[in-house]
Design a protein around this ligand. Structure first.
Ligand code: HEM
Length: 411
């Protein structure tokens, strides 16, 4: 019997999927620039040049209705929250021009480098505070739960001006966006996710009203004020959806990328020691970690016409799975791409934050958190190591590389 191809094995329900995913991506990338994946019914784009070209052409490769490709919601879930409800209908990464521009411009105006830079002292204080708690807790910790998650959650709450006490609740609700991107979930899970999205929408609506009455210096207040001053013409639903996507995209991605980064670094003792002794270029290391360890494996696009990608014909109406993570390990661009390497001259050419119209709005904030987390943990705990023999499980999702736990020993 012939061996199954990489495309045939690319199935998140396969128990070995998370352990094998980079091998499968490498095989797909070497075989063809575009590969049809039967399990997902999508065309995967895996080489750097083609990923870059697809992301750069938002007319041929549309985002509208691409986010939830392959998801068929049960009527019980749709009755509570559907793919036409505000958090999807006005979701930046799920729409095209002109709506995309209307939604994105006000966000970009509020997302100033000054606003992000002003968060640096609190990010540093948060890392140190979390490390104090870890140091006091004994010899072993789950770094995902005690550092990566609380750091990213505190940061996104501070950016938006949302009480830190609500962070866990909001995170639980917004996880539903991942559920709505996962084909084949049981009905009760879909219903739970739909309730979560309804609750998230309601919470943000109340927050918008609160900030109108009692403004602060957070991003929600800035958006509310620019709307009141007619500097943008967002409807309330659109404003709520903009805030929701910043909350979701701003923390989920960061938690898991930081966790993946620690996982890689703790397997490379020489780098850990170099960071601890301050002999590493922290900016270059941050980009190399982003290249090697992004949590966003890929997102979707939809072809608006029959087209050719890297010599492969793809019909109109097809769904593409565009893999940033596969592009980041393309040997055509990166030398020894599967290996974390610092310094790496072209590390910054990664496509971790996308490219083109939908380029991430948060790279500055993501870089800040990764750099401060990694350098401060290594300096405080130079002898930290992964718990020997412990397996680091990841959630079985093709679009996300997200560890479930990250157990480490402090010395
Ligand atoms: C390591 C962390 C992060 C990663 C890996 C990441 C990755 C991405 C990627 C790949 C996209 C492009 C989506 C597309 O091509 O359709 C994107 C978009 C986006 N990101 Fe990030 N991101 C990160 C951090 C952040 C942060 C910190 C924020 C906000 C505080 C943020 C907010 C957004 C938003 C709002 C979009 C949608 C942009 C649009 O569609 O116009 N992200 N991100």
């Amino acid at each position: 019997m012939p061996h199954p191809t990489a495309a045939e094995q690319f199935d998140p329900h396969n128990p070995r999927f998370t352990a094998d995913r980079f091998t499968l991506l490498a095989q797909m990338r070497s075989e063809a620039p575009v590969t049809f994946l039967p399990a997902l019914q999508v065309y995967a784009v895996t080489r750097w040049q083609e990923v870059h070209d697809v992301l750069g052409d938002a007319v041929t490769f549309a985002s509208s209705e691409a986010f939830s490709a392959g998801v068929h919601l049960a009527p019980e879930a749709s009755a509570i929250y559907s793919l036409t409800s505000p958090l999807f209908a006005y979701n930046l990464i799920n729409v095209d021009k002109p709506l995309h521009t209307r939604l994105r411009d006000p966000l970009m105006a509020a997302f100033t480098p000054k606003r992000i830079q002003s968060l640096a002292p609190t990010v540093i204080a948060d890392v140190e505070d979390l490390l104090d708690a870890i140091a006091a807790s004994g010899g072993e910790t789950d770094l995902l739960l005690t550092l990566c998650k609380p750091l990213a959650l505190r940061t996104i709450c501070r950016l938006l001006g949302v009480p830190l006490a609500d962070a866990e609740k909001l995170s639980g609700w917004s996880d539903a966006l991942v559920a709505f991107q996962t084909p084949g979930l049981p009905i009760e899970v879909q219903v739970g996710a739909a309730h979560g999205l309804r609750a998230l929408e309601n919470y943000i609506r109340e927050m918008v009203a609160l900030k109108a009455a009692m403004p602060d210096d957070g991003l929600i207040s800035a958006l509310v004020a620019s709307r009141a001053a007619a500097l943008n013409d967002l409807s309330e639903d659109e404003l709520v959806a903009d805030i929701a996507i910043v909350f979701f995209a701003g923390h989920e991605t960061t938690i898991n990328t930081i966790a993946n980064a620690f996982h890689s670094l703790l397997n490379r003792r020489e780098y850990w020691e170099a960071i601890a002794s301050g002999t590493v270029d922290a900016e270059n290391l941050t980009d190399e970690l982003l290249r090697h360890d992004t949590s966003v494996m890929g997102l979707y696009r939809r072809t608006t016409v029959d087209t050719v990608i890297g010599g492969v014909t793809v019909p109109q109406g097809a769904t593409l799975w565009v893999s940033y993570a596969a592009a980041n390990r393309d040997p055509g661009l990166f030398d020894a791409p599967e290996t974390l390497q610092c310094p790496r001259g072209n590390a910054r050419q990664h496509l971790t934050f996308g490219y083109g119209a939908h380029y991430c709005v948060g790279p500055l904030l993501a870089r800040l958190q990764i750099r401060e987390a990694v350098t401060r943990v290594a300096k405080r705990f130079p002898e930290m190591r992964l718990v020997p023999g412990a397996f680091v499980p990841e959630i079985p999702h093709h679009g996300l590389r997200a560890p479930i736990t990250l157990p480490v020993l402090l010395k």
